[in-house]
Design a protein around this ligand. Structure first.
Ligand code: NI
Length: 199
């Protein structure tokens, strides 16, 4: 999920993935993945469960955080870096509080209540936002990077991020929750950008 006032233009326009490991990142050996945009098939299909929790998987989780921070996001799901597995990372403090870093592996919503309408954006749909109704309180059950199961309750933005990222793992983008008119408008604009080679 995208931060409200992120530096979206920089990221969506000219940002290129680094093939080499980035210097000066929180994790000095982090790999920055390019973020896949709306139109890519990988964003439309349900991802497969993670079953292997090894060192490579922990590295992938760390790289997901760095890729998310580089894009100024508060959440990133593995399909957004082209990997169709049930993994997402969330940090609603955008790196300000290390304790807010959450790895969600094979997550599921086990309880939801209330309603909360707010603007939402997505790193895979840069430059567009729309109001989406989500539950006010959301409890997820997930595994961490080591495969340990935990449960967590989120309110407001965190609960919204849980829903948004789990949607990604099911091949659903936030624009699918918008009104038909609003969604078609965004799709038309993206088509225009694509034609100009700007998407
Ligand atoms: Ni998203």
């Amino acid at each position: 999920m995208r931060k409200r006032n992120g530096i979206s233009r920089v990221i969506s326009g000219n940002w290129r993935p680094s093939e080499t490991r980035r210097q000066g990142a929180t994790n000095e050996t982090a790999m920055l993945y390019p973020i896949v945009k709306y139109g890519a098939e990988v964003l439309t299909r349900p991802a497969t469960r993670v079953t292997k929790f090894d060192a490579d998987f922990e590295t992938l989780c760390a790289d997901m955080f760095e890729s998310m921070y580089a894009a100024q996001g508060v959440g990133l799901a593995a399909p957004q870096i082209g990997k169709s597995v049930r993994l997402a990372v969330i940090d609603v403090t955008v790196g300000k509080n290390p304790e807010a870093k959450l790895v969600l592996v094979n997550p599921e919503i086990i309880h939801a209540e209330g309603e909360h309408r707010d603007e939402e954006g997505c790193l895979s749909v840069p430059g567009f936002r729309g109001a989406v109704i989500r539950p006010q309180f959301v409890t997820v059950r997930a595994q961490n990077a080591k495969g340990e199961t935990y449960e967590m309750r989120g309110e407001g933005l965190l609960g919204r991020a849980f829903c948004h990222e789990i949607d990604h793992l099911n091949g659903v983008l936030f624009i699918q929750h918008l009104s038909l008119i609003k969604r078609d408008l965004i799709k038309r604009k993206i088509r225009k950008l694509s034609k100009r080679g700007e998407w």
